[in-house]
Design a protein around this ligand. Structure first.
Ligand code: PPS
Length: 579
C-alpha cells in the first residue's frame, strides 16, 4: 500500500444529499450485511462512535462520509471544504497500522459498536497518513500539548492512518439512556416546526447550569426574540462515567425551571474538544443542522480554562464570538453573545456585569467552592442553584466520609508494602463501614496478571490493571488497598487520573532505603538477583522511579507497621474520609 491511495471516481462531496439520515433501505441493509462476512470490520471507540452518529443523523450535514485528504487539508488551512462550505474541524476515520495495511481503496469496512453490532459500512476512497502534530496545531492552536486537555485527549488513542469515504448507515448507535431527549436533527427540527417555533436559540452546555445561567439564557432569548433549545453535548454514555447521569438529570431539572413551552432540551451525542473558536464555529454548523436560527456563544466558548476561578485563557477573549459572527451569514445562524451576570446582594437578584454599579455588593460562587461545600456536606446558598439540582449533585459529589477511596502503596521489594497493607486491611475491617479489598502485588501476580513478565510494558500493564479494579471498587464506595512495586510514574499517574474521578486516591510511598530492604530480604530475592539468578530485578537490575509528589512517605526503618498504618489513618481523617 502506498502512503496515499486515491480512488478518483469517488467524489467525496457529491451534489448535496438532503436525506434525513444516512441510513439505507432495508433491502440494501440485507446486502451490506451479507457482504460484511467477507470484509474487514472495526469496533469504534467512543469518539469514533460519536462522530459516526453525527454523520448518520446528519448533524454533520452536508457530509456523507469521512473527509478525503484534499478536503482534510482545506479544512485545516481554511476551515472550509473544497466546495467552500464552512467546515472547521476534520472528520476522518483513524485506524492503526495493522488495519491500514490490510485495507485497499475500494474495499468496504464494517463499522461496529463496542459490542460488535454493525452500524454502518464505509466504502474506502482514500487511505493516508496525516501529520497529527499539524492537525492538533490547526484545530487547537499552538498550545503546549501536555497542558491543554483537548490536545492531550487528541493524541491519546489517535491512530496514525486515516480513511476517507462515504458511509451507508444500517443502524444509529444504540443508547439505552434518556431516549426521549435523543432526537435526530430532523426530528428536532420537526418538533420546532410543529410547535410553531420559527426562531430558536441554540444553547450549548457541557457542565452544570444554575440560576445565573437561566437568567442569562432568558435575557439572550428575549433579545433574539427566540425560543430556547438547550442542547448539551454528551459524547459518552459509558456507565463508568458517573457524571453522565447526574449531568443529564440536572439539565432536565434546569429545563423545567423555564416557563412552559418556551424551552426544549435535546442531547447532542458529541464529545467536547475544548478547541475554542474552531469548536464554536463547528457547533454553529451543528446547531443550524438541528434547526436553530440563533446560537448563544460565550466570550470564552469551549476554552478548557473557562472558569470564573481562573483569569487565564487558551484563546483570546471573544475570539469564538468573533469567528462565529464572521461566518453567521454563510451558515445562516445568528451569533448571540452571552452576557455574564452576577448576583447582587442588595437587589437579591442577578444583574448583567456591565450594569453593576460601583459600590454594589456582588457575590461570586465558583465551581470549586460548590464542590468543596458538597464534599464537606456544607450548605449551598439558595440564590445560587435549585434544590433539586443540589440534591442531584450531592448524590455524585458525596461528602468524603461517604466516598470510596484507594490506598496505593508503592515501593521496593522488602520496603514494607504488604505488611502495611495487611495492617490497614484489619483497621478498615474493624471500622465496618465500607467493603475493603486487598490487591497485593504478589496476589495480583498469581491471579489477575499471571501471564505478565517484569518488562516495563508488562509492569505498567499490571499496575494499570490493578488501577482499573481499584477504580471500580472506589466508584462503588469501597476501599481498595493496592501494594505493587509500581516502579514507573506513567502507570501511577494513569491510576491517579482514573481513580480520583471516582473518589479518593492516596499514594503512599514506602521510602525505606534499598540497603535496609536488602538486609531484610525475607524472600531471598535480592541475594538471587545479585547472583544474576533473577533478571531485571527492581533496584538491582531494573529501575525504581520514586513518586514525585506522594501523599504520604513512610520509611519503615524508623517506624513499626502499626505506626505506619496510624500515619495513613491520620491522613485520611484529616482529609475527611473517616468519620
Ligand atoms: S510491578 O513492578 O509493580 O509489576 O511488580 P509487582 O506486581 O508488585 O510484583 C512484585 C513481586 O514479584 C516478585 N518478583 C519481582 N519483583 C521485582 N522484579 C522482578 N524481576 C521480580 N520477579 C519476581 C517479588 O516477590 C515482588 O514482590 P514484593 O512483595 O514486592 O517483594
Amino acid at each position: 500500500m502506498t502512503s496515499s491511495q486515491i480512488l478518483h471516481e469517488f467524489i467525496q462531496i457529491p451534489a448535496t444529499d438532503y436525506s434525513d439520515t444516512l441510513l439505507v433501505h432495508f433491502r440494501r441493509v440485507e446486502k451490506l450485511k451479507s457482504d460484511a462476512f467477507t470484509c474487514h470490520g472495526i469496533d469504534l471507540n467512543q469518539r469514533q462512535l460519536s462522530e459516526l452518529e453525527l454523520l448518520l443523523n446528519r448533524a454533520f450535514f452536508p457530509l456523507t462520509g469521512y473527509l478525503n485528504r484534499e478536503n482534510y487539508e482545506n479544512v485545516l488551512e481554511k476551515m472550509r471544504l473544497t466546495n467552500h462550505t464552512v467546515w472547521p474541524v476534520p472528520v476522518c476515520l483513524d485506524v492503526d497500522e495493522a488495519m491500514a495495511s490490510v485495507l485497499s481503496v475500494g474495499d468496504r469496512l464494517a463499522l461496529n459498536d463496542a459490542e460488535g453490532f454493525m452500524l454502518a459500512v464505509l466504502t474506502i476512497s482514500e487511505i493516508w497518513q496525516p501529520d497529527l502534530e499539524r492537525e492538533a496545531r490547526c484545530v487547537y492552536g499552538t498550545h503546549n500539548s501536555a497542558a491543554h486537555p483537548g490536545v492531550r485527549t487528541f493524541f491519546s488513542g489517535r491512530k496514525p492512518w486515516y480513511l476517507a469515504g462515504n458511509v451507508e448507515g444500517i443502524l444509529l448507535p444504540i443508547h439505552y439512556d434518556f431516549k426521549t431527549i435523543r432526537l435526530t436533527p430532523s426530528e428536532t427540527h420537526r418538533k420546532f416546526h410543529q410547535n410553531g417555533w420559527r426562531h430558536v436559540l441554540g444553547v450549548h452546555c457541557d457542565n452544570f447550569l444554575h440560576r445565573v445561567d437561566r437568567e442569562a439564557i432568558l435575557r439572550a432569548a428575549r433579545e433574539a426574540g427566540a425560543h430556547i433549545f438547550l442542547h448539551p453535548m454528551i459524547g459518552s454514555d459509558e456507565p463508568s462515567d458517573i457524571n453522565h447521569y447526574t449531568l443529564v438529570k440536572c439539565w432536565q431539572h434546569f429545563a423545567r425551571r423555564f416557563p412552559s413551552n418556551i424551552t426544549n432540551l435535546g442531547l447532542c451525542p458529541k464529545i467536547v474538544l475544548g478547541a475554542g473558536p474552531r469548536e464554536a464555529l463547528w457547533q454553529a454548523v451543528i446547531k443550524k443542522n438541528y434547526g436553530c436560527s440563533h446560537f448563544l456563544v460565550l466570550d470564552d466558548h469551549c476554552d478548557p480554562l473557562s472558569n470564573p476561578d481562573n483569569s487565564e485563557r487558551y484563546y483570546p477573549r471573544h475570539a469564538a464570538q468573533d469567528l462565529v459572527r464572521e461566518h453567521e451569514e454563510e451558515i445562516e445562524i445568528k451569533m448571540v453573545p452571552f452576557t455574564r451576570m452576577e448576583y447582587v446582594e442588595e437587589k437579591a437578584g442577578f444583574l448583567p456585569v456591565p450594569e453593576i454599579e460601583d459600590g454594589m455588593n456582588t457575590v461570586v460562587f465558583s465551581g470549586t467552592e460548590l464542590r468543596r461545600r458538597l464534599e464537606s456536606d456544607l450548605p449551598v446558598p439558595d440564590w445560587f442553584s435549585y434544590p433539586e439540582i443540589i440534591s442531584e449533585l450531592k448524590y455524585t459529589y458525596r461528602p468524603r466520609s461517604r466516598q470510596g477511596f484507594t490506598i496505593f502503596i508503592t515501593g521496593l521489594s522488602g520496603a514494607g508494602k504488604s505488611t502495611l497493607a495487611r495492617v490497614l486491611l484489619v483497621r478498615f475491617l474493624e471500622m465496618r463501614n465500607r467493603p475493603v479489598t486487598l490487591l497485593d502485588g504478589d496476589i495480583v501476580r498469581k491471579n489477575l496478571s499471571s501471564e505478565l513478565s517484569f518488562t516495563r510494558e508488562h509492569r505498567n500493564l499490571n499496575v494499570t490493571r490493578i488501577g482499573f479494579v481499584a477504580g471500580e471498587i472506589t466508584k462503588n464506595g469501597g476501599i481498595a488497598i493496592c501494594a505493587p512495586i509500581a516502579p514507573f510514574e506513567e502507570s501511577r499517574r494513569a491510576n491517579r487520573e482514573l481513580i480520583s474521578r471516582y473518589g479518593g486516591y492516596i499514594e503512599v510511598y514506602m521510602s525505606t532505603p534499598q540497603e535496609i530492604c536488602e538486609q531484610r530480604d525475607r524472600k531471598g530475592l535480592y541475594v538471587r538477583a545479585r547472583a544474576g539468578k533473577i533478571k531485571g530485578f527492581t533496584g538491582v537490575s531494573d529501575p525504581y522511579i520514586p513518586p514525585a509528589l506522594p501523599d504520604i512517605s513512610l520509611n519503615t526503618t524508623e517506624i513499626t507497621p502499626d505506626e505506619a498504618a496510624q500515619e495513613v489513618l491520620l491522613f485520611l481523617e484529616e482529609k475527611g474520609y473517616l468519620t
